[in-house]
Design a protein around this ligand. Structure first.
Ligand SMILES: [Zn+2]
Ligand SMILES: [Zn+2]
Length: 311
């Protein structure tokens, strides 16, 4: 399994010179499965660049497969890129959208609230691609070579986390999550921790870390994790590697550099192995193999600038 981060920002796109390194696009991760098919996690604004890259690079083998998009939920930062995803406007492309059920309306009708007037110049029914929608409450199913498990997690509104297993490797994706809401994560039983089964023993966990602990005091119940809960969730669930995700739009690159240093120190204090927790950056590529998670040598980005000490 290979993956590439196309958007790691939370809440609202945050473009600008102060967010160039970690990126300003909202949630979107491309996963390439062992049969070379593409699975997309969320359709935030990052999916626009992914769609453009797919147009240029898709091999014949990849084009033969439908594009599957797994939506964790329908907050704007996770669907905003849909309207600008080039395959949606190609007559030959087949797109399958999976997402949480809601008693309010079907998945298609809820997405159509955005892809319709007055917010959009087209309606879902006018899109030329072959588009289908599936509601996926807690269940397991197969997409190509991958076993997918979805489960409801603590956030505002119906929200899923995903566990994706392909060829012996496991990726867990929970970008919007407040597992510590009303629950002391360090001491409660495993079964009472939201998302525990999804993340347990994964090779890679991609998880919410929107707030510092002091910011969280003012955002309790907003559906996101402070640093302490993101790290404690990782300690309890034991993934081999953790990418912390959904960066607050107010957090600049310099701020996130300091946070990254603080995370490493606090992870060490929790007894975690060095180098396995880091902040996600836009365009980061990783390869998950049975015994390790690594950057593909040919795709390694330029070396990161030195981290600054916390102020
Ligand atoms: Zn979000
Ligand atoms: Zn959300």
């Amino acid at each position: 399994m290979r993956l590439k981060v196309w958007g790691a920002r939370g809440s609202i796109p945050a473009p600008g010179p102060e967010t160039m390194r970690y990126g300003g696009n909202t949630s979107c991760v491309e996963v390439t499965l062992s049969d070379n098919s593409t699975l997309i996690l969320d359709a935030g604004t990052g999916i626009r660049h992914l769609g453009m890259a797919m147009k240029q690079d898709r091999s014949e083998a990849a084009v033969a497969h439908p594009v599957n998009i797994l939506l964790t939920h329908l907050h704007m930062d996770h669907i905003q890129g849909f309207m600008f995803f080039p395959p949606m406007f190609e007559a030959g492309s087949e797109i399958v959208v999976w997402g949480p059920a809601s008693p309010e309306a079907s998945l298609r009708d809820r997405i159509a609230r955005y892809i319709s007037a007055p917010l959009a110049p087209v309606e879902v029914r006018e899109l030329p691609s072959r588009l289908t929608f599936h509601e996926t409450d807690a269940q397991e199913w197969q997409i190509g070579p991958a076993r997918i498990r979805a489960q409801a997690v603590n956030h505002r509104g119906p929200t899923l986390g995903y566990r994706i297993e392909d060829n012996g490797t496991v990726l867990c994706y929970i970008p919007d999550h407040e597992p510590g809401l009303g629950a002391p994560l360090a001491s409660i039983e495993d079964e009472w921790i939201s998302g525990f089964d999804l993340a347990h023993g994964a090779d890679l966990l991609i998880h919410d870390c929107q707030y510092t602990d002091s910011e969280y005091d003012h955002h309790l119940g907003w559906g996101h994790s402070p640093v302490s809960d993101a790290l404690e969730f990782a300690r309890r669930t034991g993934p081999a590697r953790v990418l912390l995700f959904h960066h607050d739009p107010l957090h600049s690159d310099d701020f996130l550099d300091r946070l990254d240093t603080e995370l490493a120190e606090r992870w060490a204090q929790l007894g975690g192995p060095a180098g396995c927790v880091s902040l996600a950056t836009e365009r980061l590529e990783l390869e998950l193999t049975r015994d390790r998670v690594q950057r593909p040598a040919e795709a390694a980005p330029p070396p990161a600038p030195p981290l600054r000490s916390p102020a």
